[in-house]
Design a protein around this ligand. Structure first.
Ligand code: CTP
Length: 406
């Protein structure tokens, strides 16, 4: 998302400087170019070597460095970036900014810069509440400087209150908010993902091959578009989506309960491969093989259809509901029947099963092909074969267009 962006990260002297390493890592992962300035205080907490390794870039820490000034003067450093981020920003550095002091590399380039600045303060709660700090923050805000945090919680000094630096993920979100319009801001989204496991006994279950990759990618794309996302996930091996409210469930009944607890929501994407049936009764003890006995028979009961229930919710139906259709044949016919029967607005149909080379077409794969059906426009689109991330992005573009047209 940040691939063309150049960020100058100033790390000043606070214990929260260790979190700045994570900020660098996250920014690099998003494709941003990161240049770091480490103040003398900052380098008491983390080393230039770790900052240089993670940013894959030179670290600047001395206004009077002959080499740095000949290669990249502090004026150039202050002008060649799209955004300057101060994290952690100490009370001292903010005071210098507010009063226009320039007695080190960080304060000098801040005074010399005409670039936007984002500040992530970190200090003891009493320092944050001090009238001097309050008035400095006020001055900086009046100049258009943006703030993220501080957050409330336990401090390294043993006190509790407002002053902790925001978490790296929240700072990343603030950086993205700065660069991008968040078209789904203010909307609440619910996404189901992964398989469900229906217990037969304490060790066995009925499951399926869903990996959850598509649902997780959709949750991420919705978050990036600014929606508030709850991801209700069956058992998967995927890392939780940062920034989403993660709810882990096992069975279809648990998934339904978790979905209903999230309502009201604006957008609902049911990408989970919910098991259609569960064992009529779960054995409390492990079912044993007895010599000479026939294998046990399994009696099945139908599970609730979550997509159908949400689409027909009497009072809290989300305004846009998207379902999936996993088919092995007659994709168009089945997708249209599902759209009608379940009462959702859109269906993302895909072929499941193995291709001629024996590879899974959708389940577990990183790519898929989608046939998109809409109730409202009675239309069908064939999307080209693409990664699940791109499918998620394309779906979110359609969601944004849908709300813009309203
Ligand atoms: N779905 C659901 N709850 C169920 C079954 C399915 O919410 N108990 C949702 C899925 O998340 C998906 C859509 O319904 O969005 C279609 O799922 P799919 O497995 O393709 O179809 P089924 O409804 O299970 O029908 P069938 O197995 O007969 O194809």
């Amino acid at each position: 998302m940040l691939s063309s962006k150049k960020i100058l990260l100033i790390i000043s002297g606070g214990i929260a400087a260790y979190k700045s390493l994570d900020i660098i890592r996250l920014l690099r992962k998003e494709g941003a170019q990161v240049t770091c300035v480490l103040t003398k205080g900052g380098s008491q907490f983390i080393t230039p070597l770790s900052v240089a390794s993670l940013s894959e870039n030179q670290v600047y820490d001395d206004l009077w460095s002959l080499i740095d000034e000949t290669q990249m003067g502090h004026i150039r450093l202050s002008r060649e970036h799209d955004l300057i981020v101060l994290a952690p920003a100490t009370a001292n550095l903010m005071a210098k900014m507010a009063h226009g002091l320039a007695d080190g590399l960080a304060s000098t380039l801040l005074l010399a810069s005409d670039k936007p600045v984002l500040v992530a303060p970190a200090m003891n709660p009493v320092m944050w509440a001090n009238e001097a700090t309050k008035s400095n923050v006020e001055t900086l805000k009046k100049r258009g400087i943006k703030f993220v945090g501080p957050a409330e919680g336990d401090m390294a000094c043993g006190e509790t209150g407002l002053g902790r630096m925001s978490e790296a993920e929240d700072i990343l979100t603030a950086i993205k908010d700065f660069f991008f319009e968040r078209p789904l801001k203010g909307l609440k989204a619910l996404v189901t993902a992964g398989p469900t496991y229906e217990a037969i006994d304490p060790v066995r279950f009925i499951g399926n091959r869903s990996s959850g990759k598509q649902g997780y990618a959709i949750a991420r794309a919705l978050l990036e578009a600014g929606a508030q996302v709850t991801l209700i996930s069956g058992p998967t091996r995927i890392r939780p989506v940062n920034g989403a409210n993660m709810v882990h469930v096992e069975s279809a009944e648990e998934m339904l309960e978790a979905c209903e607890a999230v309502l009201p929501a604006d957008i609902c994407v049911c990408s989970a491969a919910v098991s259609d049936w569960r064992a009529t009764s779960m054995s409390e003890q492990k079912i044993k093989k007895e010599a000479g006995n026939l294998p046990p028979s399994l009696s099945l009961t139908e599970n609730p259809d979550i997509l159908e229930r949400l689409s027909n919710h009497p009072t809290k139906r989300p305004s846009l509901i998207i379902g999936f259709a996993a088919e092995t044949e007659n994709i168009g016919k089945h997708a249209k029947v599902k759209l009608e029967k379940k009462g959702c607005d859109w269906i993302m149909a895909n072929l499941v099963g193995k291709d001629e080379k024996g590879h899974e077409k959708a389940f577990g794969s990183d790519e898929n092909q989608i046939y998109f059906y809409s109730q409202e426009h009675d239309s069908k689109e064939t999307w080209e074969h693409m990664s699940k991330k791109h499918i998620a992005d394309r779906l979110v573009v359609k969601i944004v267009e849908h709300y813009k047209a309203k």
